[in-house]
Design a protein around this ligand. Structure first.
Ligand SMILES: Nc1ncnc2c1ncn2[C@@H]1O[C@H](COP(=O)(O)OP(=O)(O)O)[C@@H](O)[C@H]1O
Ligand SMILES: O=C(OP(=O)(O)O)[C@H](O)COP(=O)(O)O
Length: 400
């Protein structure tokens, strides 16, 4: 298996990959569990006398949440309890100067890795290791630490390239999440296993639903993923309106898989019977069977759907959640997500709630993390792990 911080020599110059990818509202980065969890790794390294340089990404190029990591440094500093310096550069002269001026016990966060052209797209570790980005930074360090379990399903330079150039270690978050999610992957359940599938990154979930189908008895759908399934079932939902980019690309990419899932596993899949939308600033609802025009955005599943999903969850022995059923950050559209989470928290089923965004709903609506089996800060990576599929970032750490 991989080396951990227990195997690290003292007083090293360490390059650490975190996943601080967070919701951004009106340009403001929202604090969430990812900061809190990664702060433990960062504090341990700084207090251990290492020189700590951090890398992370935020958003995807072109998106509203593709912003600088300056705010992340300030939020992280609060959680770590130590100053976190920031440099608005990934691997240029400014970044190199800042790295070289660091003293033992100091922490520096580099700029959003995705502002560097070579970070994306996904390529083999050997190709990523050969980039100017990796070749410039690696010689400045003694060790590479990957703590970004939740991004480990992406074969990007900062996640797979450095492990080939430097002695590589897993950080505390990587270690804990890996152990928890691998244990879940091999666990057998006697009763019904249910998976709630929603969120915006439909491609991540739909991709693995086929493989999860033998492990999961019932899929309850909502969010963007749910609308794409409704579209495949012939309803006028699940398409982009002006200024939206949730649906059409993901529809093109997943249409065949969705159609064959509905065909072959239709009896395992439950789709929303009604949806909620905004009307005159209020929440309004409509039965899916009454939708006959492509004229509005749907922001939550409806009340009847919540009433159908609730007893399914209460009858389950295990429930996995990946993605929110609606735009829960707006209370008017939180009923689906909160309904599902509350049902889980009130029963003693084994449960995992995944996703940096989705897991925020737990404290936002006054539920207690203790009432869930495992709250993962990973979304796409955790469901992939449930299928037993390898994660590129973990594999890179385990190479000799
Ligand atoms: N119908 C919808 N319209 C807009 N946003 C939605 C809708 N349904 C779910 N969401 C959003 O999905 C987000 C979570 O999805 P995603 O980013 O895929 O998951 P995570 O980061 O938790 O893995 C939530 O922040 C929620 O606001
Ligand atoms: O937030 C993340 O994944 P998640 O939404 O599946 O939890 C990771 O940071 C990966 O981000 P990406 O899906 O833009 O590659």
């Amino acid at each position: 298996m991989f080396n951990t911080l227990d195997d690290l020599d003292p007083e090293q110059r360490v390059l650490v990959r975190l996943d601080l990818n967070s919701p951004v509202e009106d340009g403001e980065v929202q604090d969430n569990r990812r900061f809190d969890r990664h702060a433990e790794t960062v504090r341990e390294l700084a207090e251990g006398g290492h020189r700590v340089v951090l890398m992370a990404h935020q958003g995807r190029p072109g998106g509203d949440d593709f912003v600088s990591l300056e705010q992340h440094a300030a939020i992280l500093a609060e959680h770590v309890g130590h100053d976190v310096q920031f440099v608005a550069d990934t691997f240029g002269d400014e970044a190199i100067d800042a790295i070289e001026s660091l003293s033992a016990g100091e922490i520096l966060l580099l700029e959003n890795t995705r502002m560097c052209d070579e970070e994306l797209p996904e390529e083999a570790p050997e190709v990523k290791a050969d980039t100017e980005f990796v070749q410039t930074l690696a010689p400045l360090f003694d060790a590479y630490i990957n703590d970004a379990y939740s991004a480990a399903h992406r074969s990007h330079a900062s996640l797979v390239g450095f492990a080939l150039e430097l002695p590589a270690y897993a950080g505390r978050v990587m270690q804990t999440e890996y152990e928890a999610n691998s244990a879940i992957a091999t666990r057998e359940f006697d009763g019904q296993v249910t998976m709630v599938v929603g969120g915006t990154k439909a491609t991540d979930v739909i991709d693995v639903m086929n493989n999860l189908g033998d492990k999961v008895d019932r899929f309850l759908l909502g969010g963007i993923a749910g609308e794409l399934f409704l579209r495949a079932a012939g309803h006028d939902v699940g398409f982009d309106l002006d200024g939206m980019d949730f649906f059409d690309d993901q529809w093109e990419a997943n249409r065949e898989t969705i159609e064959s899932l509905l065909d072959e596993r239709g009896d395992q899949i439950t789709l929303a019977a009604d949806l909620a939308y905004e009307d005159d600033d209020e929440r309004a609802e409509i039965a899916v069977s009454d939708i006959d025009e492509k004229d509005r955005a749907y922001l939550d599943v409806g009340t009847e759907t919540v009433e159908t999903y609730d007893p399914v969850i209460r009858d389950s022995e295990a429930v996995f959640v990946k993605g929110a059923l609606g735009l829960f950050e707006d209370e008017r559209f939180s009923a689906g997500t909160v309904g599902v989470l509350r049902a889980i928290s009130e029963t003693d089923c084994f449960s995992v709630v995944g996703g940096g965004d989705t897991s925020r709903a737990i404290e936002m609506y006054g539920m207690d993390e203790e009432d869930f089996g495992h709250v993962s800060i990973a979304g796409g990576a955790y469901i992939r792990a449930l299928t037993g599929a390898p994660l590129a970032g973990v594999e890179a750490l385990t190479q000799d």
